[in-house]
Design a binder for this molecule. Sequence first.
Ligand SMILES: *Cc1c(COP(=O)(O)O)cnc(C)c1O
Ligand code: SF4
Length: 335
Amino acid sequence: MPVELLKNPACLGAPDWKRELAAAITSSEELLHLLQLDPQLPTAAPANFRLRVPRAYAAKMRPGDARDPLLLQVLPRTAEFAGTGLLDPVADLEAMPTPGLLHKYHGRVLLITTGACAVHCRYCFRRNFPYSEASISTSHLQAALDYIGAHSEIREVILSGGDPLVLDDDKLAALENQLSEIEHVKWLRIHTRLPVVLPARITPALLDWMQSSRLKITLVMHANHANEIGEHETIALAALRRAGVTLLNQSVLLHQVNDNTETLIELSQRLHDSGVLPYYLHLLDKTRGAMHFDVPSATAVQIIDQMRARLPGYLVPRLVREQPGENSKTAIFSI
Ligand SMILES: *Cc1c(COP(=O)(O)O)cnc(C)c1O
Ligand code: SF4
């Protein structure tokens, strides 16, 4: 841990994961220097979505490799400034009956709990999302709870963001408590990248409230490459399983990161070894600033077909795309 952080009184007594979060790398130069790469390689980051990488994640990158698949996910590049792509590619802002609550699909709603993330993924489809107006801040929470309470068909509530696990334990527990008071809500789902970017977040206190919840908890994590799942991540995932949490993974198909069969087979195998089943493989949403990660759907279908020929069915993720106005994610079987 950097010395300056130890001296910061605000950090004294904070849990390890918060100190790690506060100590995340935020400059391309520092990251490239740590990886023994030329610090002049990068381009300036867009001011509204700057580089952010926890050190535990950077430690899994290969030094000296400018094409490392983890590095490519977080390093700002000039291609981001190409003008194509949409600001709200999946029409989230049209599916929001109350601020921060998305209701697109039957029986489940998604809550934007925070705009903050531990890592900034360059391909993020919410990189342009207006979090300040459209998240469940204290003032919008009651409206969201009222909406859920008034819709008895809602069985599952999904905590998303941003990343819900950057919230403090007491905030999460309070939210879980309010949701569990709504009788027809049975399941709580958490969409998070923290088990792979900041495994220290999986603390005994977090596991305690997950284990004691009345709600059936599913954690959908987000890894795109087997190298993201190392020893610490596997330990954190095992602890979640012991707490009775169902573990699934969603990935995004990303050019130069994981757009080949061998890479995705290895990811599925690593996930299974860690007690996680692959759920979705998403085609990239047409997000402005992220189009250089796009993979043609014909290539995607080919990769999935090759995976199917090599893996048990339960290790082949469902290839999907999100199309605004549809009543579920759209499965892609052929082009
Ligand atoms: C993707 C998504 C969900 C979850 O869909 P599942 O198919 O249940 O995983 C729910 N709500 C919204 C708004 C979504 O974008
Ligand atoms: S963690 Fe998820 S929400 Fe946050 S930047 Fe990455 S993809 Fe986007």
